[in-house]
Design a protein around this ligand. Structure first.
Ligand SMILES: [Zn+2]
Length: 176
């Protein structure tokens, strides 16, 4: 079985710029490439993102797909390979099965790609990312970039809180 890290997108690998559907709006954090390159030597990488702006009609699914293609291309140039982008396009009221913190996508990765969730991690800037980890039997790491600082008080599981993706990766690789 393979170990994985499930990465939230906005506020973790790119800056949180609200609902975006053009590549011009994508801004990587300065530490993203180096951190993920190191992490990818030891872990399979996935992106798990809630894009409710699609469900709200504020951005288009095609635009979001282009954003993801662009992100994956930029990462690939740095030898970082994302196995899968899992994107929930729904809003809360849709009561879909894929919206975080429902572990739907992680269970799919476990089943289809032989991922060992117990030895895997979720990195995110929202309490639902940490809840997602708990629901999947993985370890959640909460970062203070993006909305992290703002939502800190809503965080129920306070096991691991770090400044950014950079420290999250250091923490994971130290634990190894
Ligand atoms: Zn969904």
């Amino acid at each position: 079985m393979k170990k994985a890290v499930f990465l939230d997108r906005d506020g973790v690998i790119i800056e949180d710029s609200g609902y975006i559907d053009t590549i011009e709006e994508v801004k990587f954090f300065p530490f993203t490439m180096e951190a993920l390159k190191e992490l990818n030597k030891h872990y399979e990488l996935f992106i798990v993102t809630n894009q409710s702006g699609i469900g709200r009609g504020l951005i288009t699914e095609e635009g979001v797909d282009k954003v993801h293609e662009y992100i994956l291309d930029e990462l690939r140039k740095n030898d970082i390979h994302i196995r899968e982008v899992y994107c929930c396009t729904h809003i809360n009221e849709d009561k879909c099965i894929c919206r975080k913190p429902n572990p739907y996508f992680l269970l799919e990765a476990e089943k289809k790609l032989d991922i060992d969730l117990k030895n895997s991690f979720v990195i995110g800037d929202h309490p639902s990312d940490v809840e997602l980890a708990v629901n999947a039997g993985a370890t959640g790491i909460y970062v203070l970039t993006g909305h992290g600082e703002k939502h800190l008080r809503k965080l129920k599981h306070r096991d691991v809180i770090v400044d950014s993706l950079k420290e999250a990766v250091e923490w994971i690789l130290d634990e190894k």
